[in-house]
Design a protein around this ligand. Sequence first.
Ligand SMILES: [Fe+2]
Length: 321
Amino acid sequence: MSIATLHSLRSVQLQVPTLTESTDFYSEVWGLSVVEQDHDDTWLRGTGENHHVLQLTRAARNGLGAISFAVRTPAEVDEAARRLALRGIPMLTEPGALDQAGGGYGIRFADPEGRVIELVADVHAVKPLDRDRPVPIGVTHVVLNTVDIDRAVAFYTDVLGMRVSDWSEHQMAFLRCNTDHHSIAFNQAAWTSVNHVAYEMPSMDHFMRGIGSLKQQGVTPLWGPGRHGPGNNTFSYFADPAGLVCEYTSDVAQVVEDQWLCKVWRRVPELSDLWGTAGPPSKDVRSHMAGIEDVGVFADRPDLAAAYASTPARDLVEVAR
Ligand SMILES: [Fe+2]
């Protein structure tokens, strides 16, 4: 039994050495709005119903701060904590009120590669904003580079209850927690890092107008526009001031549970770029997507790293049921 039923990907925290420039980029160019700010953090929202979708945190180098998933109720947070304890997975933060913008009641724990996962309920509600403008609704998926894709998929499916929607050979795995084809995807890589964060545009028209708006501001895609095979979503990838990759996307495939057939896609240009508009990814975009090695919370908690390292993949996700 998984520890919780994830409702959605709510927000992402990114650590950046360029807080001022990154804040300016995401608020003045990318189309998010600043909702709160202090010396070391900026919280930004899209037009959707989430209090914030991106938290930028001042740091010495790029990194993933946390991935936050919404669950329905505080009681589900408490139950997730109980189940984590049964599995012997240590919590970084016990269930309780979160001391952050937007509040909420949540827990935090690490995945096997040191990424911080947050489950949260009761974050402050906000009214949706005007969706005519070509700006993002919110974050729709995060792609993560992993050194062990099978272990990552095992953890996110067994512990977090995500489902595999598709594979791209044995190189990428697309995982969902709701009807969206993927909220998380893993990419087998030489080191652990964030590959990119994708922001949902309300329609393909918004998607193209958003790309046009960026172009008029001198920001051109690293790769795209195009449409991927797995997930069927449109894509256009850009580099932010920290060198992290951000994506405008739209039209992600909607999955009907029990009717979806997971398949293994071949990694050929005509399937990663259905329209033939983007061409193959350049060395430059692949370098940005590889990022820099990020051991996450393991940098401060070598004890957790050692515990995970000494545990075979399946043992880690087996429960004392
Ligand atoms: Fe993407």
